[in-house]
Design a protein around this ligand. Structure first.
Ligand SMILES: NC(=O)c1ccc[n+]([C@@H]2O[C@H](COP(=O)([O-])OP(=O)(O)OC[C@H]3O[C@@H](n4cnc5c(N)ncnc54)[C@H](O)[C@@H]3O)[C@@H](O)[C@H]2O)c1
Length: 264
């Protein structure tokens, strides 16, 4: 499916995360996949690559902090020099965190949400678009959130606002570069069973003085399918949007959310 194409997935070092599942699915379908995560997590990234490489030889790694434009530029230059220009960019790196109450959120909560979730995607797009334009092709998939479409209970406003910004970025880039053969789409996952969701339950349990199981049950009750999604279920949607089968799809923000409503 993706033979001869180079893909990069940011924030993909955690084996339990969405990024790792996306990298695995792209590698399974023939892409040469560069997985990336924070330089501080290089050991975890090493282990993730070794694990993937045992099944797919077409995997490499490159550490970067997506919130740091210099780090992103250096990483993409080395990826291009070593493997060639990037065909598929998956901006997946993200941070949750913060309080359910707007008035409890600090300036630092807003700054980290926007630096990583939004500027991280901006920095990735800026790094790949020049070569995508030169070659007249490319697919960018931004992992936004269902919170990028509406406000959901217990999710910090800082996170929601940053994900609305990612959806806006997606649509702006889609519009601007559509005629040049570059597609840009967002995926809006609902509640996906990763460490991020686990940490959400821990925080909500503490805020409401309930158990983490009750916090999970509260959220599951908001999902039509009655369960959280698996990272692989998001990964299969990424593969669809990255592939030429989606050649006439750009600028969409696709919920992968088991029928969970995007809220207010
Ligand atoms: N899990 C969910 O329910 C859910 C729902 C909607 C959207 N999302 C989004 O999906 C994406 C993946 O989340 P996940 O659930 O797998 O969480 P996760 O915490 O397992 O993964 C996030 C990854 O991003 C990396 N990261 C954080 N800051 C970074 C930085 N500055 N530079 C590079 N990498 C950085 C982390 O090290 C981690 O590996 C995120 O963008 C998240 O907002 C998750």
């Amino acid at each position: 499916m993706f033979e001869g194409q180079i893909a990069i997935v940011t924030g993909a070092g955690s084996p339990a995360g969405i990024g790792y599942a996306v990298a695995e699915e792209l590698a399974k379908h023939g892409a040469f996949v560069v997985i990336s995560d924070l330089p501080a997590f290089e050991a975890r990234l090493d282990a993730a690559v070794a694990n993937l490489k045992s099944r797919y030889p077409n995997v490499a790694m490159c550490a970067m902090d997506v919130s740091d434009a210099g780090s992103v530029d250096a990483a993409f230059s080395s990826i291009t020099a070593n493997y060639g220009p990037v065909d598929i960019l998956v901006n997946n790196a993200g941070v949750g965190g913060g309080s359910s109450e707007f008035l409890q959120l600090s300036e630092a909560d807003f700054k980290s949400a926007f630096d990583v979730n939004f500027m991280g995607a901006v920095n990735g797009c800026r790094a790949v678009l020049p070569s995508m334009r030169e070659r007249g092709q490319g697919a960018i998939i931004n992992i936004a959130s269902l919170c990028g479409l509406g406000a959901i209970p217990e999710i910090p406003v800082s996170y929601t606002a940053s994900k609305f910004a990612v959806v806006g970025l997606t649509k702006g880039i889609a519009l601007e570069y559509a005629a040049e053969g570059i597609r840009c789409n967002a995926i809006c996952p609902g509640a996906i069973n990763t460490d991020m969701r686990k940490h959400l339950f821990e925080r909500v349990a503490e805020e409401q003085n309930i158990s983490t199981e009750d916090a999970r049950a509260e959220e599951d009750a908001m999902i039509a399918m009655g369960r959280g999604g698996e990272p692989s279920e998001v990964a299969r949607a990424v593969v669809f949007l990255a592939d030429k089968n989606a050649s006439y799809i750009t600028g969409v923000a696709l919920p992968v959310a088991g029928g969970m409503a995007p809220g207010v």
